[in-house]
Structure formats: structure tokens, C-alpha cells
Design a protein around this ligand. Structure first.
Ligand SMILES: Cc1ncc(COP(=O)(O)O)c(C=O)c1O
Length: 283
């Protein structure tokens, strides 16, 4: 927001899925600083007036639906909207999909420093840190902070959309860009980074049965709500890895809950069916 205001912006433009958390948060942030906001959303199967979409509309964003389910294709549509607003006399400021840019990774750098300090205070040395992987902004921010504090454990990204090969390009790019922004040597060691793509299912936002199981498990065991797009997939990955090899009583595994609970409400049909099978009750 500071950058948008410094540029003299009058309207923010961003894009995402119909249930984009990023669109919700960008809209909220724009409203806090008195800016207009236009969000370009994919006209996907989650376009029901629910969850994040409901909140985006409630906060008065100018919502433009486009017919694509490809996140990266959305940026092309957002460019057109940007140009349209510019011609009309607005000063648009573009925020990329997922909000990922070096500057915006700094929030997760700060969050990562907080995590490292808390682990240090409690005398904990984690076996691994698990987090969701979309564009790789969260992973890069966290990794930068943990390594800066001397934590060497593997950082494990669970992909929510792309294959691991394609995901790998993102941390390569963002690591260098964030390092340059913070005047750190990009050639320093990044340590161990794993990216797993087996938990995506049929594609972005697919509520796989492992993901729904992980959501139910966390809800029942901890009273913590996860979502079907990000944290549920991370928990599903973590469950599989714990089953195979990872985790011990004295060294914890840290899992980042990155938010996104409103999207859960757009999955009421899948969740109801899953609960009916899991519990034997008919909801
Ligand atoms: C709740 C949540 N977690 C994780 C992500 C993915 O983060 P990144 O694109 O930085 O990998 C998003 C993206 O918008 C999100 O909404």
C-alpha cells in the first residue's frame, strides 16, 4: 500500500480465482487507505456468492469476471483492465497474482523472523518447516528469514497447483530478488528446500479426499480450521510424510497456517459429503 500511495495511485488492480484470499486482502487493504480497487477473477466453478467472493463484494470492489482458470492467464486480462482504467483517467497500481513481488515477500520475512525467535526462546530445533507453495512468495520470505537466523532444517513447500519442476523456477527467481532488496548475498547457501507436487489432485482448488481428511482431522483434534486450497493440502502432505518417515517426539515439525478459511464455505457440498462418509451421519 505504501508503494501504491507513493506512486500516487488512485485504484489498485489485481487478479485471482473466484475464491481468492489475495483479492479479499487486497480489497481490505485498499479500503483501509482509501483507494478504489478492481479485482479480475476467474469465472471458475467456485464463483458462488460465498466465502472470499462475498467479502470482496461486501467491501465494494469492482469485480470483473473472466473466462479462464489459469492463474497466469489472468494477468493478461488484468493488464487490459489496467489499461482501460488508465485511459479513463485513473492512476492504477498493479499487484501481481498472489501479491508476490520482492517487496511483498518482506511480510513473510518478518513473519519468519518471528517464528525463528519464538523457536529459539522455546529451545526448539524443528525437523522441518512445512508451508503452501503457489507462486513461491511465502516460501521465499520464510526461507530468507529462517536462514538469516541460522536455522538449517529443510523448508518443505507443498504445491497447490503446478508440478515441482515448474515450481522450482520461482524460489530461484525470488531468492535473488529478495536478497538484492535486503542487500544479502544471493550466492549464500539456501539450505535444503523440498517441493512436493503429489498433493495437488486434479488441479488448483481440487478438494482431494486426503485434503478433506486432513481438514477434518485438524478440526476434530485441535479445533483449527484449514482450507481446501492451501493449508488442507499442506496438512495432507505433512500427514503422508509423517506416516512415511518424518516427525519425532522431541523435534517438532512446524506447519504454517497461511489463512484462507473463508474459501472453506465455498466447498460446502464436498465437505458435507465427506463428513457423511467419515461419520456415518447424514448432514
Ligand atoms: C491462504 C494462502 N496460502 C498460501 C498462498 C500461496 O502463497 P504463494 O503464492 O506466496 O506461494 C495463498 C495465495 O494467495 C493463499 O491465499
Amino acid at each position: 500500500m505504501a508503494q501504491a500511495r507513493a506512486d500516487g495511485a488512485t485504484v489498485l488492480v489485481t487478479c485471482g480465482s473466484a475464491q481468492s484470499n489475495h483479492a479479499r486482502l487486497t480489497t481490505a487493504a485498499a479500503r483501509r487507505v482509501g483507494l478504489e480497487v478492481t479485482v479480475v477473477l476467474s469465472h471458475d466453478e467456485r464463483r458462488e456468492f460465498q466465502g472470499n467472493l462475498l467479502t470482496v463484494c461486501l467491501m465494494g470492489a469492482d469485480v470483473r469476471f473472466v473466462d479462464t482458470e489459469d492463474h497466469w492467464d489472468l494477468e493478461r486480462h488484468a493488464d487490459q483492465v489496467f489499461e482501460e482504467l488508465r485511459v479513463k483517467g485513473y492512476r492504477p497500481h498493479y499487484i501481481p497474482v498472489s501479491g508476490t513481488s520482492p517487496l511483498r515477500c518482506l511480510g513473510y520475512v518478518r513473519g519468519g523472523l518471528e517464528l525463528a525467535d519464538e523457536l529459539n526462546t522455546r529451545g526448539l530445533d524443528p525437523l522441518a518447516v512445512y508451508l503452501p507453495f503457489g507462486t513461491g512468495g511465502i516460501l521465499t520470505g520464510r526461507l530468507t528469514a529462517l536462514r538469516a537466523r541460522g536455522l538449517t532444517c529443510p523448508v518443505v513447500g507443498i504445491s497447490v497447483n503446478r508440478g515441482a519442476d515448474r515450481c522450482q523456477e520461482s524460489p530461484d527467481t525470488w531468492w535473488v530478488a529478495v536478497s538484492e532488496l535486503l542487500s544479502l548475498d544471493p550466492a549464500r547457501s539456501r539450505g535444503e528446500v523440498e517441493i512436493h507436487d503429489q498433493f495437488v489432485g486434479a488441479g488448483y482448488g481440487d478438494a482431494t479426499s486426503d485434503c478433506l481428511d486432513a481438514i477434518a482431522l485438524m478440526a476434530e483434534a485441535e479445533g483449527v480450521l484449514l482450507d481446501t486450497v492451501y493449508s488442507g493440502k499442506v496438512r495432507a502432505g505433512l500427514c503422508a510424510h509423517q506416516h512415511d518417515r518424518r516427525g519425532s517426539a522431541d523435534r517438532p515439525v512446524v506447519m504454517l497456517h497461511s489463512g484462507g478459511v473463508p474459501a472453506l464455505f465455498a466447498y460446502d457440498t464436498e465437505i458435507r459429503e465427506h463428513l457423511n462418509c467419515r461419520t456415518g451421519h447424514i448432514f
